[in-house]
Design a protein around this ligand. Structure first.
Ligand code: TYD
Ligand code: MG
Length: 453
């Protein structure tokens, strides 16, 4: 009997070892190396290769002679998804969608599959056909182009693909697939690698785009070897707070477009709804002006987004005042409080400060600083800011108001949403003329205090 061949793989980074060891030498993680049975395939083609394909040799071509008309993209019938992909799906591309469990990956791709005008095969290794049908009924009752297959063996999937000849294939999820050529269990490093390789071969040879769902580990990386992310063309991340309704789709890697674009969805009882104007929902409707609220003109990727910041400043009950921030870096909050204390003379040391970015969104755009400062000042003085004021500037350590990037885009977004005044740094170069919004230029934090309080 032939000896069973085994190798050791780091489950974290995918490095291969001849024997077991406690620590992975390449990613330095402990206890991640596990033995996996592998058997080299005689031929691991997505279907038995014909002589013609195995003999095909690619020739160098002049870059000007390469025809790109074939690269026309497939319209996914979903503006947000198309935008994140860079204008639609490219033929023969592999796209990996990662995200936490329950965030809505299956829902998003099933919804897209149901809306497509192309013949689509949705392969699920996680749910039965009936369960998928039940989900589909929640989303949209009828579609004539979407086929559902519940299968986990790649060889069987390719057999069905050959018979059906779909235009797009969706796989939910890569961790449930297994290939006959490898003996280790589904979800192991070697299986994930092998199945992805087979899928890539299939995609490139037939020019069929493939969408993969990938699980993520508890520290937020896509489960499986890092090499998986290198192998595919596009890595999308679906994120958001599960207790909130908004979901953000962003590209971490995109061979065919920018990674700055971002798509926003709202989870509803009937599936995901595209949010084409996010600012409108993020800013709450109020009948009266309340203290402690300020609106920031931020950028998420390349999209301007108006975000509401809420602060609550109250007298500290205990000796050490509490500082708590949701959706904003707590260290940055402490820094802004220190600047306020030093430059604007506010005795915030004896106060509790709570800060919240509404909508469950996390912002790391420094342009939100000024809105945070304004919200804190407003709550501290218990004076409401006019609800048609907004802010876009960074605050420096010496209390200077610093310029931010793409300020014009922010100003235009604020104008579109009906704000009357936007506070920006004096040092921002603004070429805009004749806007319907007043641009208030400031240079020091003291200016803000005198304007607002
Ligand atoms: P799912 O797509 O199964 O998540 P994933 O594949 O990323 O693990 O999403 C499941 C969640 O979405 C579940 O908590 C219920 C919610 N949901 C809705 O709110 N509305 C819907 O129409 C659907 C289908 C799901
Ligand atoms: Mg799922």
């Amino acid at each position: 009997m032939a000896k069973v061949k085994t190798t050791f793989f780091c489950q974290n980074c995918g490095s291969q070892y001849a024997k077991w060891q406690g620590q992975c030498t390449s990613c330095k993680a402990w206890n991640t190396i596990a033995e996996e049975v592998i058997q080299k395939p005689e031929k691991s083609d997505w279907k038995t290769p014909t002589k013609a394909t195995s003999k095909r040799v690619s020739k160098p071509l002049l870059i000007n002679d390469i025809d790109t008309s074939q690269e026309a993209r497939l319209n996914m019938q979903d503006d947000e998804f198309n935008r994140v992909l860079g204008g639609g799906m490219v033929h023969g591309s592999l796209t990996l969608l990662g995200g936490e469990p329950g965030i809505g990956k299956s829902t998003l791709l099933l919804q897209i599959a149901l809306n497509l005008k192309y013949k689509t095969l949705y392969v699920s290794g996680e749910e039965s056909q009936k369960q998928i049908k039940m989900r589909a009924e929640r989303i949209q009752p009828n579609s004539n182009n979407c086929y559902i297959l519940t299968e986990t063996k790649t060889q069987n999937i390719f057999k069905q693909i050959e018979a059906l000849e779909p235009d797009i294939v969706v796989i939910d999820s890569i961790q449930t697939l297994h290939s006959d050529y490898i003996e280790s269990s589904a979800g192991s490093i070697s299986q994930i690698k092998e199945c992805t390789t087979e899928l890539i071969k299939f995609a490139k040879e037939t020019a069929t785009p493939v969408l993969l769902i990938g699980h993520i580990t508890k520290d937020g990386h896509i489960a499986g070897p890092k090499i998986l992310e290198h192998m595919v063309d596009t890595v999308l991340q679906f994120e958001g707070d599960r207790n909130h309704v908004f979901r953000i789709l962003r590209a971490n890697k995109n061979r065919f477009g920018s990674t700055n674009e971002l798509g926003i969805y709202e989870m509803q009882g009937s599936g995901l709804r595209e949010v084409s104007n996010p600012s409108e929902i993020l800013i709450s409707e109020k009948d009266e002006e309340l203290s402690g609220n300020a609106v920031a003109a931020t950028l998420e990727g390349l999209r301007p987004l108006m975000i509401e910041v809420q602060a609550l400043v109250s007298t500290a009950v205990y000796g050490t005042p509490q500082r708590s921030a949701t959706g904003f870096n707590a260290k940055r909050l402490n820094m802004l409080l220190a600047v306020l204390e030093k430059r604007a003379g506010f005795r915030l040391g004896a106060k509790d400060v709570f800060l919240n970015i509404t909508g469950g969104i996390t912002v790391d755009d420094p342009a939100i600083d000024l809105a945070v400062v304004a919200a804190i000042l407003s709550s501290n003085e218990d004076v409401a800011l006019p609800s048609d004021y907004c802010f876009a500037a960074e605050v420096g350590l010496s209390g200077e108001i610093r310029p931010v990037q793409r300020v014009e885009q922010r100003i235009l977004e604020a104008e579109k949403l009906g704000f009357s005044t936007i506070f920006v740094s004096k040092y921002n170069k603004i070429a805009l003329k004749n806007t319907g919004i007043k641009t208030q230029l400031i240079s020091k934090i003291e200016d803000v205090v005198s304007f607002l309080v």
